[in-house]
Write a protein that binds this ligand. Structure first.
Ligand code: HEM
Length: 271
């Protein structure tokens, strides 16, 4: 397998675990119901940490022009934009993993998880612009991934809750309300991101970036349609089994979208 593909798979694993973790930690705060088990939360924290370390470490080694040394690493970490972004993002990922492994929950841990997810905006095409456009692009990327995390991790937690009949109906309503905000952040953040990076509201298909982004947007549109179907039809109490099934399908599509996002991030938008 090529190094680029390894990097994309590690990025996918790190980003996916981080997003599910954020959503699962936030869920009990607004849904007033339990989320994933402690073991699952710990596994997500450790996966985000391990895959994140391997992904960013691999990127750093890819930048080495000579045999890596301690001086080279020190210079990379403390004197380059990449190094400072790496330190911040990895520091937040490590702090989050320690907090969840120690059983930390509640608003302070969600704030750390949100900062860790938002700092993904420091990597990839969201750093290509300067000035006010660069600031808007970073904010759009952060809103996009924060919305995706709250949505994905919340939907995963809802799956667990739906297994407990006495908790179901009210929790579905609370999740739906937060879901509107999360979906709006995903859609507006993603669209603005695309507009600023490729100067168009829809991706072209003339290069690998455009083709992968077109597939990602098509998959995302299917998830939006499924979410609307759930809200308007499948969320009725008597259709609980149907809702369970559509949420499982939604998660398979989420994984596809996050994988495509990881592949897109390694491609040149104007190549
Ligand atoms: C279910 C819906 C979606 C999910 C879960 C999702 C998730 C993600 C994730 C996880 C990233 C990569 C974050 C990173 O590695 O830092 C990303 C990047 C991005 N997404 Fe989405 N996305 C969705 C829908 C959309 C839509 C509808 C658009 C466009 C209209 C869009 C446009 C983008 C763009 C432009 C990027 C930045 C890619 C780059 O240049 O690095 N996304 N998305």
């Amino acid at each position: 397998m090529s190094i680029d593909l390894w990097a994309a798979l590690l990025r996918f694993t790190h980003v996916g675990a981080s997003l599910f973790l954020l959503g699962a930690l936030a869920f009990p705060l607004y849904a007033r119901a339990p989320s994933l088990t402690r073991r699952s939360i710990n596994a997500l924290g450790l996966t985000a940490l391990g895959a994140g370390g391997a992904w960013i470490g691999g990127m750093a080694l890819g930048l080495a022009t000579d045999t890596p040394s301690v001086e080279w690493l020190r210079a990379l970490l403390f004197t380059t934009e990449f190094g400072r972004a790496w330190l911040l993002h990895f520091g937040l990922t490590a702090l989050l993993a320690v907090l969840v492994l120690c059983g930390g929950r509640g608003l302070p841990v969600v704030v750390v998880a949100a900062a860790q997810t938002a700092s993904l905006a420091l990597f990839g095409h969201s750093v290509v612009l300067d000035g006010w456009q660069g600031g808007v692009l970073m904010a759009a990327h952060a809103a996009h991934v924060l919305g995706a995390g709250v949505w994905m991790g919340g939907a995963l937690s809802l799956l667990v809750v739906l297994g407990k009949a006495d908790l179901g109906d009210e929790v579905v309503r609370r999740f739906s309300r937060v879901g509107y905000v999360a979906v709006a952040a995903v859609a507006s953040g993603g669209a603005l991101n695309l507009r600023l990076v490729v100067d168009a509201w829809l991706p072209g298909v003339g290069n690998t970036y455009g083709a992968l982004m077109t597939a990602k947007v098509a998959l995302a549109a299917t998830i939006f349609a499924l979410a609307a179907f759930n809200r308007l039809f499948a969320s009725k109490p008597e259709r609980r089994k149907l809702l369970l099934g559509t949420i499982v399908v939604e998660h398979l599509l989420f994984l596809g979208v996050v994988l495509l996002a990881a592949l897109v991030s390694a491609q040149a938008p104007h190549g």
